[in-house]
Design a protein around this ligand. Structure first.
Ligand code: NAP
Length: 252
């Protein structure tokens, strides 16, 4: 259906080299968008074919989102190479597990920089281009259940994801009138590298699974459809929402 199509648009996805971000890249391309994926590993061999199989253009950018000098180059490079930007997905994220009493200042800063500060600076840079292009734009932040809950042993991650939900609303308030839709997706427990430690812990793994009404861990592709929806004309009246895709976790 046309209302779910993204033909002629350019999407930039941070953390597009693996997990949820890679699935989002494939879904965006299937819906018609050209895709720029960003990752610090520079490993684009897995994601590139997921985009090119749909006949869409792909460009990979190696950058460390903890380094704001590198962050500042991303939107300009996207526009240089693919001509424009219409969709920004702030997906890259890291998690550091430790009791609050032991969290180092360095770990706190790294998590906040990658998960929150880079997302704000990229949103700012993309919105400037959206305003210049005059055709609006979409910003989709990948938040978390820990945008709503405290979590266990991940205080910096929780702070960053609560912050991401906050700026989703703050930026939507400022930019909705200019056809820039800012929304977030709060994934539940998805089977990726990010949650490997939980799945490796038999007790945590069991207690998590028992609480998910859908009865299974999520797959990265479970998030892709919601990302396409929030990038497409179908969601043009969605502004400042933080939408759970969690197999029912929060409703329980
Ligand atoms: P993942 O498999 O670990 O992938 C993380 C992605 O972020 C990778 O592509 C990685 O690319 C990139 N990345 C990490 N640090 C980076 C840095 N410093 N600079 C640039 N890119 C960086 O994790 P995931 O589960 O797909 O997570 C994606 C997002 O969903 C995260 O924001 C996470 O917090 C969120 N989330 C995940 C879950 C879950 O259950 N998995 C639940 C809720 C929310 P490189 O390796 O190339 O750097």
């Amino acid at each position: 259906m046309e209302i779910f199509r993204l033909d002629g648009q350019v999407a930039m996805v941070t953390g597009g080299t693996a997990g949820i971000g890679m699935a989002i890249c494939g879904c965006m391309a299937e819906a018609g968008a050209d895709v720029v994926a960003v990752g610090s590993s520079g490993h684009f061999d897995d994601v590139r074919p997921l985009v090119e199989m749909h006949g869409r253009r792909f460009h990979g950018i190696r950058a460390d989102l903890a380094n704001m000098d590198e962050v500042r180059l991303l939107v300009p490079e996207t526009v240089d190479v693919l001509g424009r930007i219409d969709i920004l997905v702030n997906n890259a994220g890291i998690i550091r597990r430790a009791p609050s009493i032991d969290v180092s200042e360095e770990d706190w800063d790294t998590v906040m920089n990658v998960n929150l500060k880079s997302a704000f600076l990229l949103s700012q840079a993309a919105a400037r281009v959206f305003m210049k292009q005059g055709s609006g734009g979409r910003i989709i932040n990948i938040a978390s259940l820990l945008s709503f809950q405290g979590g266990i042993l991940v205080p910096s991650y929780t702070a960053s994801k609560a912050g991401l939900a906050g700026i989703t609303k703050a930026l939507a308030n400022e930019w909705a009138s200019q056809a820039i839709n800012v929304n977030a997706i709060a994934p539940g427990y998805i089977a990726t590298a990010n949650t490997q430690a939980l799945r490796d812990d038999p007790e945590r793994s069991k207690s998590i699974l028992e609480r998910i009404p859908a009865g299974r861990w999520g797959e990265p592709a479970d998030i892709g459809g919601m990302a396409v929806f929030l990038a497409s004309p179908a969601s043009k009246y969605c502004n400042g929402g933080v939408y759970p895709v969690d197999g029912g976790w929060l409703g329980r």
